[in-house]
Design a protein around this ligand. Structure first.
Ligand code: HEC
Length: 501
């Protein structure tokens, strides 16, 4: 059954590729097309670029497994760095990185009313969300995984980002309702809504997309059935790659300042550690290359409320060293790009620009890569790695073990990298592995990718960040851990329980 759907999807893909290549002979415009996959929801995107050769993806997996078993940091981190550099390579003629051509969570978990009806029992109704455009930012989705009964010690009260009025007015079709009736921005075709200045995309390899669509992992009914059958784990294909990439909006004119991480909190800190409260700034002034290296005054963070919603958090002002835009992976947004974004994409980027720079985003402005997670199922226990930009990229443990990648374009070595492969634990504990930008705004700072992702599963009321049976955020959990029994694990993937419809 699965094979059939998979093949159909694939044949359809080939057919669309042929159609597109015929079409492109007639027109020199940038090609945007719809791919239908398996069970089919159209997903607008560019021609799919697979993971490039020469960056170790799916190569020497036996050696990688051995290195993981033996905690060979050099081999593990060289692989992790290569995956990051590889997936950021620019696509010829497109000016976007490879992952941008990939399907993403919006398309992977989309359902039509008909599909949802078909998946439901006769007596149950289609949830209202289909009609009323419900939505939730990633910040909000994350909170729902942190059940207070399970996680009494973990509290990260975050600032509140209300959708700016100008965004509501300009992009009315992009506004979704939160579960409590408030306004939020819906997820877009290319970018999802983080609920703050960062602009995320969770992209999926084609094989990952086909797995989710072909096996109907986007439906709660599939997860329910697996759980009722007592399945301990929903296994996905070993060619599953999933990322979470964060852009930050930068104005073409004037000074944009960006907060940078300086190990601001001790591991014992369990409160909110988001970028709003870091104390170091760097600046970008793309229209004035002569300013690189100088110190300037700058400001960021506008119209953001404290956790109680009672006061505006003061705009952060200070001195910042100017860096070159070329020190960041960046994309200058063209008119054609802007036209290819849907209303929600535009609303997400515009809101981010208001919160960061108190100005709307305009064609010609930049999106810069500030942080990225890359997870692959090359190993049964996954490879988990994450990077963030740094003004001191050659200092400290997160700078270590960079391989030489002469073919890699772009400033991949201006970032720091952490990894969370399944290496033997020491005294039952794994090391801290977090991305300060991404985890800082949603999780306590002393956590570990693996410890948290292995908990992902179904049903939602059993799987959470801190199951009562295993509260330790740095414990060496595996799918076999006692406290995860009785849950149908979703193979280290939180998007599945979070987003299934
Ligand atoms: C305390 C829990 C927690 C920690 C720690 C954590 N994550 Fe996640 N992560 C999540 C949740 C929840 C989501 C789902 C967001 C959504 O619904 O889109 C997620 C999403 C992701 C995704 C998108 C695919 C997926 O599995 O949902 C990637 C990739 C990812 N995280 C990588 C990492 C990496 C790498 C680290 C470590 C640097 C990390 N995460 C740390 C909870 C965590």
């Amino acid at each position: 059954m699965f094979n059939l759907i998979y093949k159909n999807g694939f044949i359809f893909l080939i057919v669309s590729l042929i159609l597109v290549s015929c079409h492109s002979k007639q027109s020199s415009e940038k090609q945007i097309r719809s791919i239908s996959m398996g069970e089919t929801i159209d997903h607008i995107q560019f021609d799919y670029m697979p993971f490039p050769e020469g960056y170790g993806y799916m190569e020497n997996l036996k050696a990688l497994q051995q290195a993981t078993d033996n905690n060979n940091t050099q081999v593990i981190r060289a692989h992790a760095w290569s995956l990051w550099a590889g997936i950021m390579q620019p696509v010829d003629g497109l000016g976007w990185p490879i992952w941008y051509t990939w399907p993403n969570t919006k398309g992977a978990f989309a359902v039509t009313e008909k599909q949802l009806m078909a998946a439901k029992t006769r007596n149950s109704k289609v949830p209202k969300s289909i009609n009323t455009k419900k939505g939730a930012s990633l910040r909000a989705v994350n909170k729902t995984n942190r059940q207070s009964a399970h996680a009494p010690a973990v509290d990260t009260p975050s600032p509140i980002y209300k959708v700016p009025k100008a965004v509501v007015t300009e992009f009315p079709g992009a506004i979704c309702q939160t579960s409590s009736g408030g306004k939020t921005i819906c997820d877009g075709e290319h970018f999802v809504n983080n609920g703050d200045i960062m602009i995320p995309t969770e992209s999926l390899s084609m094989e990952a997309m086909q797995d989710i669509r072909g096996n109907k992992l986007y439906l709660k009914s599939t997860l329910d059935a697996a759980h009722q059958e007592g399945k301990p784990m929903i296994n996905v294909t070993n060619r599953f790659v999933v990322t979470k990439h964060m852009y930050w909006p930068v104005k073409a004119e004037g000074i944009t300042v960006i907060p940078v991480w300086k190990d601001n909190y001790p591991d014992s800190f369990t409160g909110y550690a988001g970028y709003e409260f870091w104390d170091t700034l760097v600046a970008l002034e793309p229209s004035n290359p002569d300013s690189v290296g100088t110190q300037v005054e700058g400001a960021f963070l506008y119209h953001v409320l404290n956790n109680e919603g009672t006061e505006v958090i003061p705009t952060v002002r200070g001195e910042a060293k100017v860096f070159s835009i070329n020190d960041f992976y960046h994309h200058k947004v063209t008119q054609a790009d802007w036209d290819s974004f849907d209303e929600a994409d535009k609303a997400i980027i515009t809101a981010a620009s208001y919160w960061a720079n108190d100005q709307p985003f305009e064609v010609g402005d930049y999106l810069i890569s500030i942080a990225m997670h890359v997870n692959t199922k090359e190993l049964e226990s996954w490879t988990l790695q994450s990077v963030w930009w740094s003004d001191t990229p050659n200092i400290g443990m997160y700078a270590q073990n960079r391989p030489v990648l002469p073919q890699a374009q772009g400033p991949w070595d201006h970032y720091l990298l952490t990894d969370a492969y399944a290496v033997p634990a020491i005294n039952g504990q794994v090391k801290k592995a977090v991305n300060p930008y991404i985890e800082g705004v949603i999780h306590p700072i002393a956590t570990n990718c693996r410890n948290c992702h292995v908990r992902a599963g179904w049903p939602q009321n059993k799987a959470s960040y801190q199951n009562a049976g295993c509260p330790d955020l740095l414990a060496d959990l595996t799918p076999q851990s006692q406290c995860l029994q009785g849950i149908t694990l979703s193979d280290y993937l939180w998007i599945i329980p979070d987003r299934a419809q």
